[in-house]
Design a protein around this ligand. Structure first.
Ligand code: SAM
Length: 282
């Protein structure tokens, strides 16, 4: 008997019209649907008149479910994987399962569709030539700040997911890591009634977050401009971190001189970076 196929099926992120005809067909023709939350997905399946049986696959049971699903696939059963919204595995469960199936030579077929990160990027007005998907920046303040600082010199466009209740603190941390002038597209409620995209700098968004309650309502993607290529590579990251630490207490020229002594990086470039860093913070 030949193995079954796992279909990784994207579902809408707010507008049911975004479920593709092919996704409908696959969901109705497979023998089983593995869903992140069977109650949540039950509503979508009901809406499209699909009666395929479901079982849950979420972060807490993914490991043992993967063994179970592998077994069924090896017995010729075709299965679809869906998450609550958008593309499974993208800040959603499924990676453990797909990794296991690929390792066992099971065919995994994508049924592409909505993905909030790609939808936001496509309307961000920021470079799409090269981008980095960062997912959620994290709930723990120290870790989140560290992660953002590590990205401060990334030249590719950055794409983040964020929960509404953490938006204000994350924007404040972005201000600290990226400076006030960095351009951002903040897209909320994509494909839904209150869909809005704000095209502003981080400094402007931080201010807006304190006055405009709508900004942090609903689901949010933050797309951040990367730094110009030349700036991102001229000085090693460690030297720059030394420089930024010194800048907290010293004027640009002194901080650059000291950072050059400590790290061996060129003083003129450190000075240039120090001036830019200071003006971005104002
Ligand atoms: N797998 C999904 C995808 O393909 O986009 C993402 C799942 S992740 C758990 C949920 C996050 O995606 C939300 O917190 C938000 O950051 C983003 N998101 C999902 N739907 C969205 C929408 N309609 N508008 C804006 N952001 C959305």
């Amino acid at each position: 008997m030949s193995n079954g196929i796992l279909y990784v099926v994207a579902t809408p992120i707010g507008n049911v019209g975004d479920l593709s005809p092919r996704a409908r067909e696959v969901l109705s023709s497979v023998s089983l649907i593995a869903a992140e939350d069977t109650r949540h997905s039950g509503k979508l399946l009901q809406m499209i008149g699909c009666n395929t049986p479901m079982l849950s696959l979420h972060e807490h049971n993914e490991q043992h479910r993967s063994v179970e699903l592998l077994n069924r696939l090896q017995n010729g059963v075709n299965i679809a994987l869906i998450s609550d919204a958008g593309t499974p595995l993208i800040s959603d469960p499924g990676y453990g399962l797909v990794r296991e199936l690929v390792a066992h030579g099971i065919r995994v077929v994508p049924i592409p569709g909505a993905c909030a990160a790609i939808a936001a990027l496509s309307v961000s007005g920021l470079s799409t030539a090269r981008f980095v998907f960062e997912g959620f920046p994290g709930a723990k303040p120290n870790k989140r700040r560290e992660r953002l600082r590590e990205l401060a010199h990334e030249s590719r466009t950055l794409v983040f997911y964020e929960a509404p209740h953490r938006l204000q603190e994350t924007l404040a941390d972005m201000l600290d890591a990226f400076g006030a002038q960095r351009r951002v597209a903040l897209c909320r409620e994509i494909t839904k009634l209150h869909e809005t995209c704000y095209y502003e700098t981080i400094g402007e968004l931080v201010k807006r977050a304190t006055t405009d309650a709508d900004l942090s309502r609903g689901e949010i993607v933050i797309v951040v401009e990367g730094v110009p290529e030349a700036e991102s590579t001229a000085i090693p990251l460690a030297a720059e971190q030394v420089l930024f630490t010194l800048l907290e207490d010293l004027p640009a020229a002194q901080a650059a001189k000291l950072a050059a002594k400590l790290t061996g990086a060129p003083r003129s470039e450190l000075y240039e970076r120090a001036v830019k860093h200071k003006s971005a913070k104002q």
